[in-house]
Every structure is written in structure tokens, then in C-alpha cells.
Ligand binder design. Structure first.
Ligand code: SF4
Ligand code: SF4
Length: 138
């Protein structure tokens, strides 16, 4: 594996995020629809609730600090490769699953673990994983 530096991790994050967005575009598993200023997904329209933080809503992004009027306002890799139980129970496309497996594995390898997290939030976790944070001595 190439030497891990902060610059390398930032580039790797961009690369994986781009792939994740391409997968979302190619398969559109969540079936987003916008109506009356509110975005809904297939799970929500079927009355299923996958939002633990805001149980009155049916959309897994509800309540997130990064959710804006037109959707996510940050590059949240971990969210792009996460799908709820409803989608798995109702048959997530097998080709999507295959492509996803590789992406998930790489995302984990580099320590980009933060769900509902920005690129910076994730890079911070990765710096920690690879010992790139300075320690403070008292
Ligand atoms: S992952 Fe599930 S709950 Fe989240 S947007 Fe997609 S269908 Fe909706
Ligand atoms: S960070 Fe994740 S949960 Fe928050 S708005 Fe973006 S995709 Fe949704």
C-alpha cells in the first residue's frame, strides 16, 4: 500500500465518493421524489421508518445537520454507501450489491467511518486511524 499521508487520504476520499455517487446515479435505489417542498423515498412512501434520530419522519436523512432544501449539503461518503433494511428486504439490485461490496471494503480500509459526516469529519477519523494526528504533551 502507498505511504499514507493526509493528502493521499483526501484524494482517496474524493475518489471513493465519486464512485459512490456514480453508483447512486446508476441504480437510484432510494427512488427519491420531491413533492410540495418535501423529499420522500421508497421506504417512507411505503410507511417504513428508518430514521432513529427523528422518529416522526420516514427519510433516513431527516434531522441531519447536513440536510438542506435540495438534499445533502456535504460529501458524505459513508451515507452514500449505506442502505436501509427496507431496501435490503425488498431486493437491492444484485449488481449494485456486487459493486458496493468493493467500495464498502475500501471505505473501511481507509477509516472513513463517520455516518452523517462530511469529508473533513471522515478525514479526521482516518488521520486518527493512521496515526497522523499530533499528540499534545502536558
Ligand atoms: S436508505 Fe432507505 S430510508 Fe434512506 S433514503 Fe434510501 S430508501 Fe429511504
Ligand atoms: S450527511 Fe448523510 S444523513 Fe446527512 S443529509 Fe447528507 S446523506 Fe443525509
Amino acid at each position: 500500500m502507498k505511504k499514507i499521508t493526509k493528502e493521499f487520504l483526501a484524494e482517496k476520499y474524493d475518489e471513493l465518493y465519486k464512485k459512490a455517487v456514480e453508483l447512486q446515479k446508476k441504480y437510484s435505489p432510494c427512488g427519491f421524489k420531491k413533492k410540495g417542498g418535501k423529499t420522500t423515498c421508497v421506504a417512507g412512501r411505503d410507511g417504513k421508518n428508518y430514521c432513529k434520530e427523528n422518529p416522526n419522519d420516514n427519510f433516513c436523512c431527516d434531522g441531519c445537520r447536513y440536510l438542506g432544501a435540495d438534499g445533502c449539503t456535504t460529501e458524505a461518503l459513508r451515507c452514500q454507501i449505506w442502505f436501509c433494511g427496507y431496501l435490503y428486504e425488498n431486493g437491492l439490485d444484485s449488481e449494485l450489491k456486487k459493486e458496493l461490496d468493493q467500495l464498502v471494503s475500501e471505505t473501511w480500509d481507509y477509516g472513513f467511518f463517520v455516518f452523517r459526516g462530511s469529508k473533513q469529519d471522515n478525514l479526521y477519523e482516518a488521520y486518527y486511524k493512521f496515526g497522523l494526528l499530533r499528540t499534545i504533551r502536558f
